[in-house]
Design a protein around this ligand. Structure first.
Ligand code: FAD
Length: 496
């Protein structure tokens, strides 16, 4: 590092001297591996106020968002140019990031109307202090970076803004390789917890983001909740979904939902979809070997597969639409959403057979796997213990393979279908069935099906109970019944 850089770096640190918090943060740049400065509600204003940099980039992301993880090396590549002791151009652009998945940062992310992840803003640092940003505001010195998907594009965007010609240094990122344990057929039974966890986490994200914003998102939310009320593998999630449906017109009059979690009011936040004990804050089958891999997005896939194997022929197109719209409207991983939406749009003929829908979800997931295999290998962002593979591997389902070579696989679709039905059907729920047979205690094994039975003394609206029963028969009937219930609301009475 040259003397000039050293002086500039210390200048950066000294300039931050008015706030101990910001001083510490900027000094830490020297020690940490990541060069982008982590900001949060308490240090956001002070760091941006004190930095000597002329410009700032603020990345709003969520640690669970896979696309954000894959984007991080790109962002870091640019951050290395501007931040830290080895920076080639220090003191010009302060590169920062805010994790919107942390509850403490919710208000901060709301102030900037963060609508997707990752979302990048640009502006003079002081303009971010105590600032708000709205999409429709005409004149703002804070801009959304609309073309920063790769390190090259982000740097080009910055170069255009400040009429510079900075170049990337071409630093490489190492790959991690480790053996997979994806071939254990019995592991899937643990995913029952993860399906609940992902359902509750998805619902929480909708609450935190206040994501039901239009009649379209409202309709999409209702369709997905109908699907869950009818076919979620956990009875307590089915029950929670049915309760939301029955009360929806009160919770979201004319699509305007109230989201608060406190008070005795009827709000969406007061209807925990899988009961008050979920989310628990961890995954089991979907637990990654690193803190920031797998988890929520893995749980969502398992939820989608588990729903697909439970729908009847006549419901298959409804289920397809419900899942596509849900991902499109509520899965706040931008890249995932866009790719998935393309695959949804490529379906031109409505599904008539549940088998076709099950196989569509499976092959769509494999297309994502195939793409990520390449991305993760080159960026080193995957989980080393769970590398992406075309699934199921032969060890899990030898009969699924008619033939295979390095370039292609010829599948026996009948066997694949039977395998998926069993794997995401009976095998997935076998754990809590087994546990209930041997009489395990609820506290140690929260057996989803039985736990709900055990709480049958709960006071819930009669509408919800009936809705569950009807929902298991047909969506049309459920929707119709639910609407009727809104008009002829009955007093609450016990679940039984
Ligand atoms: P996952 O791919 O999450 O799979 C979870 C489990 O499902 C696996 O462990 C395996 O047991 C099983 N499985 C794997 N493949 C199949 C299959 N074909 N059929 C049935 N079961 C299978 N990330 C991106 O970076 N870019 C994207 O565009 C993107 N799009 C996504 C779209 C959706 C709708 C979702 C839910 C996620 C998306 N993700 C995307 C995230 C990504 O697919 C993974 O979920 C994430 O990388 C975690 O991977 P994982 O190793 O836990 O396995």
């Amino acid at each position: 590092m040259s003397l000039v850089h050293l002086l500039l770096f210390f200048g950066l640190v000294i300039a931050a001297s008015s706030s101990p918090g910001s001083r510490l943060i900027l000094r830490e740049i020297a020690d940490q591996k990541d060069r982008a400065v982590e900001l949060n509600t308490s240090n956001f204003d002070s760091v941006l106020k004190d930095t000597p940099a002329k410009y700032a980039v603020v990345e709003f992301f969520a640690h669970w968002c896979p696309a954000c993880r894959n984007y991080k090396p790109h962002y870091e590549k640019v951050a290395r140019l501007f931040n830290g002791p080895d920076a080639i151009h220090p003191g010009i652009v302060l590169m920062t990031r805010v994790d919107c998945a942390l509850k403490t940062n919710t208000k901060l992310c709301d102030k900037f109307s963060v609508s997707h992840y990752p979302m990048l803003f640009w502006g003079p640092p002081t303009k971010f202090v105590s600032a708000t940003w709205e999409p429709k505001k005409d004149k703002s010195e804070i801009l959304v970076i609309d073309d920063g998907r790769t390190a090259e594009r982000l740097l080009n965007w910055i170069n255009k803004q400040i009429d510079s010609s900075y170049a990337l240094d071409g630093q490489k990122f190492e790959n991690e390789h480790a053996l997979s344990n994806l071939t254990d057929y019995n592991q899937i039974s643990q995913a029952v917890y993860d399906v609940e966890e992902a359902t509750a986490e998805a619902f929480d994200i909708i609450l935190v983001q206040k994501a039901i914003k239009s009649s379209e998102t409202s309709a999409s939310f209702i369709r997905f909740i109908q699907l869950l009320a009818a076919h979620h593998l956990s009875r307590r999630c089915r029950k929670g979904a049915a309760e939301i449906l029955v009360n929806y017109d009160d919770l979201c009059p004319s699509g305007n939902c109230s989201y608060e979690k406190s008070g005795g009011k009827d709000t969406l936040g007061n209807f925990p979809i899988c009961g008050k004990d979920v989310p628990r804050g961890y995954y089991m089958f979907c637990r990654g070997s690193k803190n920031d891999t797998r988890g929520f997005s893995c749980g969502l896939w398992v939820l989608m597969h588990s729903l697909s194997v439970r729908v009847e022929d006549g419901e298959s197109h409804f289920a397809f639409t419900a899942i596509c719209d849900f991902v499109n409207n509520f899965f706040m991983c931008d890249e995932c959403r866009l790719h998935f939406n393309d695959m949804c749009l490529s379906v031109k003929t409505p599904f008539k057979k549940a088998r076709d829908f099950v196989l569509w979800v499976w092959s769509t997931h494999n297309k994502v796997n195939e793409r990520l295999m390449k991305d993760e290998a080159s960026l080193g962002t995957g989980d080393p213990k769970f590398p992406k593979i075309i699934w199921p591997p032969k060890e899990l389902c030898p009969l699924c393979y008619l033939s295979s070579n390095q370039k292609s696989i010829e599948w026996d679709h009948d066997h694949v279908y039977n395998f998926l039905k069993n794997y995401y059907g009976s095998k997935l729920v076998s754990l809590y069935k087994e546990k209930s047979v041997i009489g395990s205690k609820e506290e140690t094994v929260p057996a989803t099906e039985d736990l709900t039975v055990a709480t049958s003394a709960l006071v819930v609206p009669i509408g919800a109970a009936l809705a569950i029963a009807i929902a298991s028969c047909a969506f049309g009937a459920l929707a119709c019944y639910w609407r009727t219930q809104q008009k002829n609301r009955k007093p609450r009475r016990s679940w039984n």
